[in-house]
Design a protein around this ligand. Sequence first.
Ligand code: COA
Length: 333
Amino acid sequence: MMKSSGLGIAITGSGSAVPETAFDNQGLTQLVETSDEWIATRTGIKERRVAGINESLTSLGTQAAKEAIAMAEITAADIDLIILTTSTPDDLFGSAARIQAELGATKAAAFDMTAACSGFIFGLVTASQFIRTGVYQNILLVSADILSRWVDWSDRRTCILFGDGAGAVVLQANQSDRLLGFEIRSDGTQNDCLNLPFQGEPQTLIPGVEISQGTYRPMTMKGQEVYRFAVQKVPEVIEKALHRAEVAVDKIDWLVMHQANQRILDAVAQRLKVAPEKVISNLAKYGNTSAASIPIAIDEAVRAGKIQPGDTIATAGFGAGLSWGAAIFQWGR
Ligand code: COA
């Protein structure tokens, strides 16, 4: 039985970029009351990268994109569409078009989309629809976040978790279909678990016309609720995507989850009975880079020769929204 109707999709290139400055747990002890030991045992994180004044979402995203385009052996001029998944654009009107300009991808339409830490999965699924329908052949998906701009650096419950970075993949129309299955989900009733909210002050323009102006407030999080949500929902959604893909869990070569907390990765792998050596983790080096974490982890594993062409990869993202999702694919053409 055909698993999907429509044209085939392959993921043919990956790239990643992280800021130059590493900020380790010891450094954090100068900001908040914490310890390397507390952070490492509760999260697996040892250090994270933080973007400096000369780095931007556009610059990191562009660097990751260039690597992905080179690996896919296409040129920027071949790209039909650029999707940037981010919660932290350089410009609220969007940063995808800036990346398009930096790359010289003149033919490509470009837009931003937001699905927080699920951004890569939601972006992959969105991009794949344009290929399935035959509209586009070459799509660049960039997933990047600079949460250091928005973290409350005096809140030890959140600031220890996050880091900055960018990842990218190239999706191409392909004779064989390598995107085997996916499932994406949202639950807005739990929206208050993880927020980076706009907060405005009332301002009267003329009598009778009142607006609200302000800015975004630092991130707030209900850590234990998010933890419980992830450990429950992520195995379920991976199982659903595997079912759609008609892939048995023991046929997965690599499990690449959103890098939020090592304990979440371990608990999900245990629940699914996936061997620890198949679980890719780079949390120790980068912390939670939001939308970027899955493509950075994939790119590092591809470049290290771990992920090989034809390997079956289960990916899963989860985060604010709340949102969560999984996609199963084979690497390469
Ligand atoms: N350093 C030292 N102590 C800290 C601390 C820190 N950075 N952060 C919190 N604590 C303290 C708390 O104040 C609390 O102290 P108390 O018992 O005296 O009140 C204690 O440690 C336990 O706090 P708790 O919040 O119960 O810890 P936890 O085991 O739930 O771990 C998280 C906290 C944030 C690591 C964990 O809940 C988590 O990872 N949640 C998921 C978050 C996530 O992944 N978010 C992003 C999703 S995309």
